[in-house]
Structure formats: structure tokens, C-alpha cells
Design a binder for this molecule. Structure first.
Ligand code: 3PG
Length: 213
């Protein structure tokens, strides 16, 4: 597996970020690093995404910064130009997947159904985002999918929090999880980076103890 995707697996929980002011990206990155979460998925849900990717990457080379909610090839191109090291999509978009594969950009496409898993497998991708994890059946759905799809691993995202993270991480087909619970938009907007650091550290500790079991 690609080094970047391996790194995301090692961190175990990927902070999913929607940031309104790119100037907050540096302090946010500092809080994630201090909380032992050296990765970030900055989503194209806000206009500040590309600039935030650029700023966080420049200030914190130790953080693996990627782009999330990538819906178009144009956004993937913008993300790469800003320094994104990986791309996450909410659904399976063939054009975005093909562009990433042609441009050596690691991608975890979003899937929710066996049909979409087949589509990713047909592109040679065996690591996928499972989205929206809780709404799509959560742990039970992943267990059911795991039967026919041995060898496929997932990054469940959507509804993951400090209470259910351990249960997801304990599933053999879970590579890592994604979640916004430690980087809530209001915490960033009100610059509560101390609180973000605490939540990040608590999440990192959940990963550590789940994997020590
Ligand atoms: C995403 O963009 O992947 C999800 O919205 C994150 O889901 P969460 O906010 O429930 O963690």
C-alpha cells in the first residue's frame, strides 16, 4: 500500500475539517500535532479549503494533509496544486478516480454499496471510504460487507465519535476512521485550539488502546 495511506492507517483517526478562514489552518495543525494526530482531511465544503491545505502543509510538514469532499476533477487539480497528499471523495466518481490514478494521487473513494465496492475494485483500489458509516448501517453493515469482500479495507466516516471509535477500529476490515468530532467547525471558528488539542489527544489515546487490545 502507498506510504501516505499506510500513514493514515497508523494514525487511525483522520480529522475531517471544514474551515472558513484559512488563517486558522496553522494553529489548527499545531493543535492536531500536539494531540498526536499528524494527519488532516481538509474538505472542499468551504471556499478556504485549498488555501488551508497550502498553509497547513507549509507550516507543518509533519502533518499528512489531504483534500476531502472532492467532487470534481477541477477540485482534485486544485488540491494537488495546494499540496494535498491524498484525496477523499464522498461517493465513487470515475473521472476523479481516473485523474488521481493518472496523477499518482492516493485516493480513497467513498462507497456505501457492494456495487460501488466493485467499481473501486475494478480500478485496482482496495481501500475505500465507507460513507456515511453510521447512517449506512455502521458496524453491522461493515461486518456483512466483509464476508464477500475479503481483502478490502475501509475508512468508515460519518457519525464516528469518541464513543463508537473503538468498536470500528476493532473490526479487521477497518484501516482507520474519519471524523469531525475533534475538529468541530465552531471550535475552529472560535479559535478554541486548546480544546481541539485535548479532543485530538483523547482520540489518539482511543486508537492506541484499541490497538493494544
Ligand atoms: C465527511 O465529510 O466525511 C463527514 O461529514 C464527516 O462526518 P462526521 O461529521 O459525522 O464526522
Amino acid at each position: 500500500m502507498n506510504n501516505i495511506l499506510t500513514h493514515l492507517g497508523n494514525v487511525g483517526i483522520i480529522p475531517v475539517i471544514a474551515i472558513d478562514d484559512a488563517d486558522d489552518a496553522v494553529a489548527l495543525g499545531g493543535a492536531l500535532l500536539a494531540g498526536n494526530l499528524p494527519c488532516a482531511e481538509i474538505t472542499f465544503r468551504t471556499a478556504a479549503a485549498a488555501q488551508a491545505i497550502e498553509k497547513m502543509s507549509a507550516a507543518h510538514p509533519d502533518i499528512c494533509v489531504g483534500a476531502g469532499t472532492v467532487l470534481t476533477v477541477a477540485q482534485a487539480e486544485t488540491a494537488k496544486a495546494a499540496g494535498a497528499q491524498f484525496v477523499v471523495t464522498p461517493g465513487f466518481d470515475e473521472a476523479v478516480v481516473d485523474w488521481c490514478l493518472a496523477n499518482d494521487m492516493p485516493i480513497t473513494p467513498g462507497v456505501m454499496t457492494p456495487t460501488e465496492i466493485n467499481m473501486a475494485l475494478n480500478k485496482g483500489l482496495s481501500l475505500m471510504k465507507f460513507f456515511p458509516a453510521e447512517a449506512a448501517g455502521g458496524i453491522q453493515a461493515l461486518k456483512a460487507i466483509g464476508g464477500p469482500y475479503a481483502g478490502v479495507t475501509f475508512i468508515p466516516t460519518g457519525g464516528i465519535n469518541a464513543n463508537n471509535l473503538t468498536d470500528y477500529l476493532n473490526l479487521p476490515m477497518v484501516h482507520a476512521c474519519g471524523g469531525s468530532f475533534m475538529v468541530k467547525k465552531n471550535l475552529i471558528a472560535t479559535k478554541r485550539f486548546d480544546e481541539i488539542e485535548k479532543l485530538a489527544a483523547a482520540a489518539a489515546e482511543i486508537v492506541r488502546s484499541a490497538r493494544a487490545e
